[in-house]
Design a binder for this molecule. Structure first.
Ligand SMILES: [Mg+2]
Length: 261
């Protein structure tokens, strides 16, 4: 294993909590989140297809959403409303507690790290910078910039190419089973589903399932890496007094799926 790709929203950043609260504040009720999500997915597709820039998309989405609630707004009113909602949301962005320790471990283990995300470029880059984690990534691949979104294999393969690693030596972790884990697996990477919340996952998903990024190092060590020298496994909290520093460069790859890529 040479590289790990990570989704951003609801994998690294608690996007749903901030976006849902900002929406509820905008309309004074909390029952419209599924409708907002559906409309967002429809509008983001237009950004990915190059039919609309992300700022215009946000205004068009909010205007259409409010119209669906029976409130027809002029352009100026939509601009004010959307700016307030967006500021509310971005001001509340937070990393999950398990993110920085996991990123620290991945870098200390000598793995390359990419972010692979399906949203718009400016928003995702601003998110990584404002939360102080941009420094961890060798590359950031964004659907809104590439013109192709997960689960299209092209976006995963683009990340591998930019990292200069083979797909079969790369792991992708994300909170969506189909879009992230299965999509990555179909593109030739190893897929891991981060199931942070919700009901018990189905038994046989065909991919590894973890409930927190704190479990990722142990999964990588047990399933994908083997120590080059005999010794304790390099899992934080499960080896001796020095859990991280010995990991760099001390691993060889198990890549049973790798075939001349
Ligand atoms: Mg996500």
């Amino acid at each position: 294993m040479h590289a790990v790709c990570l989704d951003i929203d609801d994998t690294l950043v608690d996007f749903t909590t901030s976006a849902r609260r900002a929406l509820a504040r905008m309309i004074g009720r909390d029952d419209m989140w599924p409708t907002w999500q559906r409309m967002t997915e429809e509008h983001v597709k237009k950004v990915v297809a190059g039919e609309m820039d992300s700022d215009s998309m946000r205004l068009a989405r909010t205007k259409a959403f409010m119209a669906g609630l029976g409130t027809v707004l002029d352009d100026e009113s939509v601009l004010k409303l959307e700016c307030r909602r967006h500021a509310d949301m971005t001001g509340a962005w937070q990393l999950f507690d398990d993110v920085v320790p996991c990123l620290d471990w991945l870098r200390a283990a000598g793995l390359k790290v990419a972010a692979v995300t399906n949203a718009s470029g400016p928003q995702q880059r601003a998110k990584l910078h404002s939360l102080g984690i941009a420094r961890f990534f060798d590359t950031v691949v964004i659907a809104g910039e590439l013109g192709v979104a997960k689960p299209d294999p092209v976006i995963f393969q683009t990340a591998c190419r930019q990292l200069r690693v083979s797909a079969c030596e790369t792991l992708h972790v994300g909170d969506r089973l189909d879009t992230d884990a299965v999509g990555a697996q179909d593109a030739g990477l190893h897929g891991v589903w981060l199931h942070r919340r919700g009901p018990q996952p189905p038994g046989d998903t065909g991919v590894h399932v973890i409930e927190t990024l704190s479990d990722l190092p142990a999964l990588i060590v047990s399933e994908y890496l083997t120590p080059a020298a005999t010794g304790p496994a390099g899992v934080p909290g499960q080896r001796g007094p020095d859990p991280v520093s010995g990991a760099g460069g001390a691993w060889s790859t198990i890549s049973g799926r790798c075939h001349e890529q």
